[in-house]
Design a protein around this ligand. Sequence first.
Ligand code: GLA
Length: 400
Amino acid sequence: MWRHLNRGGALLGSALAWNNGVQKTPAMGFNTWNRYACNINETLVRETANQMKNMGFLAAGYNYINIDDCWNTKTRDSSGRLVVDATKFPSGMKNLTDFLHGLGFKAGIYEDQGLTTCAGFAGSLNHELTDARTFVEWGFDYVKIDNCDSGSFQGTNAQRFKRWTDALTQVQAETGKMLFYSLVEWQSFDAWDWAPHIANSWRIYDDIQANWFRITQILNNASFIGDYSNFYAHNDLDMLENGNGALTLAEQRSHFTAWALAKSPLLIGTDISKLSQDSVDILTNPEIIAINQDTVIGEPLKPFFWGKNPDGTWDPSFPAQYWSGYWKDHKHTAVMYINFNERTVDLNFTFSHSPHLRAHKKYAVRDLWKHEDKGVFGNFFFDGSIPSHDVRAYIFTEQP
Ligand code: GLA
């Protein structure tokens, strides 16, 4: 089954992706939902943006500040336009996007392709063009379109979400401005089949939670659909939970590395001011971000060896362990290993297992978390003592 998915996806993901010119590599930034849910306001957004800049996140590549659900009211105004909740955003959205742009960020907003948003505010179904015009007028650069309360729509999910693609295309013709289009679909869990043609990113699973099992569930799903993701059109594994819940540093490292190397959007969803320096260092690791933001190779890393399970096994609590993909050119190969065991183990694999390594070549290996060169290896690779739930990521550079 997974082999079939992978083959079909190669065409969908690369040749026919919707290239709207907005964002070639995965989006990086911040989103309010995971940490704040409906407790949002303009002060929080401004303070977060200031912190993202002062703490080095903007410089590391996190340049979107996205407002999620709960910014609007339950009804539209007399001309059918969305209304900002003036108690939460008294200065209005244009003021806020001007502020964000002034700091060097782009700005994102949320709506829902149903009658109401997931939190019960006015939704956008049948108002797409009006809302796309409004968001462009307010200065937004990015829109996330959610999936709640859509049962009344007669048609497929692809048709429902394409109404936003059409609205954005029309508003681009009117104004010259195109928005990044992020969509959320979780009824049929097949967005990767149709969304690459109509959006820049699409969710692949239920909402993330700040626990290890939900992370392995999402990653297991992602491991089978890597071929659908490429430049301008990415599988969205959902927003990051680093800093939330009881994720250990090892788990935070694995979560971040897996999301980055699966070429998912990287949207931080925590209280930035409370992040430990260790968590900041994880989220800003330049050697990991460089793979996520590669402008030459669009394909994500994909599993080449499941490890404990036989290759091709569907296992939501123990996904594929060994992943590889090219980086920058075909002489550099990124390799990721995650230890899903509950104990410390060693890792090893033979080069012939990976389609991205040449079995008879030698490779210089760099460890992207220890930031050190490990030496030159041939035929197979070994590394010792990987703690439970921790990750290793390497660049293999082919030797002449
Ligand atoms: C859904 C989405 C989340 C978030 C909430 C807001 O659950 O999947 O990412 O946007 O709605 O209500």
